[in-house]
Design a binder for this molecule. Structure first.
Ligand SMILES: Cc1cc2nc3c(=O)[nH]c(=O)nc-3n(C[C@H](O)[C@H](O)[C@H](O)COP(=O)(O)OP(=O)(O)OC[C@H]3O[C@@H](n4cnc5c(N)ncnc54)[C@H](O)[C@@H]3O)c2cc1C
Length: 444
């Protein structure tokens, strides 16, 4: 590597379970491997901070992070990949300046984020995603004695309740929007995934005393300057619950912006991959949540397959296919059990903010015929989050899709953008042009 130019055989983007596993597997070959992550810690969303003196260090996390540290792979941390100007090259943002990273094989393990849906009052201070609140608390946010209501969708609600309780929060209730029947059927499916069944039983035991109600969803939040109560319904009765925090999220959305920037095809909103985790773009692999929301165990197996396949170790990759397929059946059961109910599409009123970065209401956005027109006319999705919140909400609310991904995919300094190489080097393959990346049509 020279200055801000780095060159590796295999570059892995994302230091969560999928990326760590991919980097470890790829490092078993003679390849020069690097792992790139925008954050200063390893472990991604679930294992953040587990390397340091975490009070309840997860042994799986510690062993994967140690394995990575001993693997010989390079770590480019605090390095956010913001563009893919041409095949074989990534442009990244680092506090010391822009970085160019050349790759021969690329493994994308960019994870997922929480899905937020608008309802009256959802932008009040004190309302956060469950994972977001948990992350803040893990980093020292004071939650001791605070009344927290947890609402939304998915197994993460229970995991967050356990975590917040451990840090001294008074978790008043967990409200799951999926029906009780659906969640019970999912519980039965766990009989074929003993590890997950054990995990669920442990979480439920740790949260005994906290009411867990299914078929309930939030309809509004109120408070004077910050959230003081949340209004809930089970479709028949409505009631309110006093709280200091509302932790509310409706599942996960895959981070597919970088895969799209590279031209990877999607299938049903996720990155399409073959049996070896290879995407539709030559030499680009994808593992973990961008290919489907399956949890950390699924991400670990997919990451290893991608790492082995990218370095030509087919035998080791093949040995993991059975385990990966098992996790995929768990992933499908989870998606079916926690599908979002139709009623969530009509929570927001005309005046409810849809785009909180640019203050655009639902009523304003509804006037347009699609996402592109809404963006151009109202600035919806043009703010700091670049549509990561409202763009995914309109997919659920109106079925609108973005028809392009524009760099930078994460906030970047102008200095970094102007450092983008405009010309291809002689011999470099033709591919995606710098500038606008068209989102590929969904794969059949
Ligand atoms: C906020 C949140 C909290 C969660 N908490 C829990 C929990 O408590 N328990 C649980 O079981 N599951 C939790 N999950 C789910 C869990 O994180 C996933 O199942 C699992 O971590 C998936 O692993 P992954 O490697 O695919 O992605 P992740 O762990 O999400 O890792 C992705 C990594 O990619 C990096 N990245 C993304 N884009 C770029 C880029 N352009 N440039 C550089 N780096 C990039 C991110 O910084 C991140 O470190 C949580 C998820 C979220 C979103």
């Amino acid at each position: 590597m020279a200055g801000n130019l780095f060159e590796f055989d295999v570059v892995v983007v994302g230091g969560g379970p999928a990326g760590l596993a991919a980097a470890c597997a790829a490092s078993e070959s003679k390849s020069r491997v690097a792992l790139v992550d925008e954050s200063p810690w390893l472990g991604g969303q679930i294992w953040r901070g587990h390397e340091s003196a975490h009070p309840k260090r997860n042994s799986t996390a510690v062993s994967w992070i140690e394995r990575f540290r001993n693997s010989g792979a390079a770590l480019l941390d605090r390095t956010a990949v913001v563009a893919a100007p041409r095949p074989g090259l990534l442009l990244a943002e680092h506090e010391e300046g822009p970085r160019q990273i050349r790759w021969k094989q690329l493994i994308l393990a960019t994870g997922a984020r929480e899905l937020f849906l608008p309802f009256p009052g959802w932008t009040l201070p004190g309302i956060l995603g469950p994972g977001g609140l948990q992350a803040l608390v893990k980093h020292g946010w004071p939650i001791q004695g605070k009344r927290v209501v947890i609402a939304g969708c998915g197994p993460l609600l229970l995991a967050v309740a356990e975590g917040l309780k451990k840090f001294g929060a008074e978790v008043r209730a967990i409200y799951e929007q999926a029906s009780g029947g659906s969640v019970s059927r999912f519980g039965l499916k766990l009989l074929s995934h003993w590890g997950k069944l054990w995990q669920a039983a442990r979480l439920r035991t740790a949260t005994l005393g906290i009411p867990y109600r299914c078929g309930v969803w939030p309809v509004a939040a109120e408070g004077n300057g910050r959230v003081e109560r949340v209004m809930l319904t089970d479709g028949q009765a409505s009631w309110s619950e006093e709280c200091d925090y509302l932790a509310c999220g409706f599942g996960m959305v895959p981070n597919v912006e970088l895969p799209l920037a590279l031209g990877c095809e999607l299938k049903d909103e996720f990155v399409w991959v073959d049996n070896w985790q290879a995407t539709s773009v030559p030499n680009v692999y994808c593992a973990g949540e961008p290919t489907g929301i399956g949890g950390a165990d699924c991400a670990l197996v997919e990451g290893q397959i991608a790492g082995y396949a990218a370095t030509g170790n087919q035998a080791k990759a093949e040995a993991l296919l059975g385990s990966r397929n098992g996790w995929h059946s768990f992933r499908s059961s989870m998606a079916a059990a926690f599908a979002l109910r139709r009623e969530l599409k009509s929570l927001a009123r005309e005046e409810t903010l849809l785009c909180r970065c640019e203050d655009v209401s639902l009523g304003r956005v509804r006037q347009f015929s699609g996402w592109r027109e809404a963006k151009l006319q109202s600035r919806c999705g043009m703010g700091a989050c670049q549509g990561r919140v409202c763009g995914t909400a309109v997919k659920f609310l109106f079925g609108w899709h973005a028809d392009s991904v524009r760099p930078p995919i994460l906030p970047a300094r102008v200095e970094s953008l102007v450092s983008q190489p405009a010309e291809r080097n002689a011999g470099e393959p033709k591919g995606t042009e710098p500038g606008v990346y068209a989102a590929s049509p969904p794969k059949e």
